[in-house]
Design a protein. Structure first.
Length: 162
């Protein structure tokens, strides 16, 4: 926690090495969440850049008594939600058209693919909650803070997502 405060202080002071260290420390975390929420690498890369731009722009508003990680994940989740809302409603390509047509090849889907597919079918708020709790390993309280909702809601969403 003290390291985060010091890193933030140095970033605010304009230390280029601190900015690089900040990005290096949190890039994988932010990109991972963005990719899981958006489902496209290019969109996740753009959203990750947006997150860092916003984080540096508003770093002076960060409450240094709280951990930096949930604050950054909140920014990331909000940026991804905004991007998802702006996506135009285009017809989705039918991934399983061969099943409808009667062509049923042997499935070679492993557990990770099945989990990814299942996550993609969840309601957005359930999926985000699930990813923050299980993938990013935030506590229920941190997820509630990140998503700006009560802890009871987080517990309900986790139950429903599972």
């Amino acid at each position: 926690m003290d390291d985060e405060r010091e890193l933030a202080r140095r970033c605010l002071a304009g230390d280029a090495d601190a900015v690089r260290a900040f990005v290096d420390q949190f890039h994988a975390l932010i990109f991972s969440l963005c990719f899981r929420m958006l489902g496209h690498r290019h969109d996740a890369e753009d959203a990750t850049q947006d997150v860092f731009v916003r984080a540096f722009r508003h770093l002076d508003h960060w409450d240094a008594t709280r951990p930096l990680r949930p604050w950054l994940l909140t920014i990331a989740a909000n940026r991804c939600r905004t991007r998802l809302a702006k996506r135009t409603k285009t017809p989705v390509a039918m991934e399983h058209a061969h099943e409808i047509a009667g062509d049923n090849p042997v499935r070679s889907m492993d557990l990770a693919e099945e989990l990814q597919r299942g996550l993609g079918e969840l309601r957005e708020d359930y999926r985000i909650c699930f990813l923050l709790f299980y993938e990013q390993q935030l506590s229920v309280q941190e997820v509630a803070t990140t998503l700006e909702c009560p802890e009871g809601t987080v517990k309900t969403w986790l139950y429903r997502a599972r």
